[in-house]
Write a protein that binds this ligand. Sequence first.
Ligand code: GLU
Length: 286
Amino acid sequence: MRRHALLNHATRAVVAATCAFALLAGCGSADDLPHTAGAIRVGIKFDQPGIGLMDAEHHPTGLDVDVAAYIAWKLGYSPYEIEWVEAVSPQRERLLMAGEVDFIVATYTILDERLPLVDFAGPYFVAGQDLLVRAGDTSIASVDDLRGKSVCSASGTSSIERLVTLLGDTAEIVGRDRLSDCARMVVNGEVDAMSTDNIILAGYAASDDFFGKVRLVNAPFSQEPLGVGLPNGSMALCERINYALTEMVTDGSWQKFVDRHTGGSGYVPDAAVNPPAPIGCETTAD
Ligand code: GLU
């Protein structure tokens, strides 16, 4: 299993440099991906505007889509060789464990509890858990104001776990497979709020379907290092992806992608933690 303790900045820099050197020296050349098969299968969200959205013509857009396409390009795949697979929140581990995708870029928090099941490269972005409420609702200014109210989040996520930890049974906590269902429930009055990564919530608030109807509360109460989900034991692939993510920042692509998908939403990434340096890919025997 890969150990994924969050490293301090100095250690991260050393790890990144080591990965880069290992790649140049050929240490990261072992290939986990089929180059002859043509297609690489990438898990993304299909229902998160600005992040991972699949339109009616099967054309994907969003920050995660751009990050995934950049990684695929650095691994030697053109955009046309990518098969996009929907990875709803509670299915992400299963998709990787069953070999149905090669990697996942789907607002996937690097979480200790997930490490026995999957590996992570990254992070490529640090979000924070926040709340989305109806535009006219001034009664909710922080997570504590959810007591006595109802809140929706995606099942099987760090977000819903944190709500349970913070609120226990003082709030009604509703789980759904897709966060777009939560957003609809907020607008319809079925729940008072939804809670997940702020960058996701900003995407809904700025989208055609929800613009003007909902409001990002902007009171983040966690840090969510979003990583690239990989099948367990993907040491070489992890190093190659971390190298690609580092290049994505240094060549200006990271900023371009973030501006493209958050510009105009009013959401500004936390500059104290963005862009993050990838943490190291380490494998340790259990
Ligand atoms: N980042 C959180 C997680 O991976 C929630 C976002 C999501 O459901 O995609 O658990």
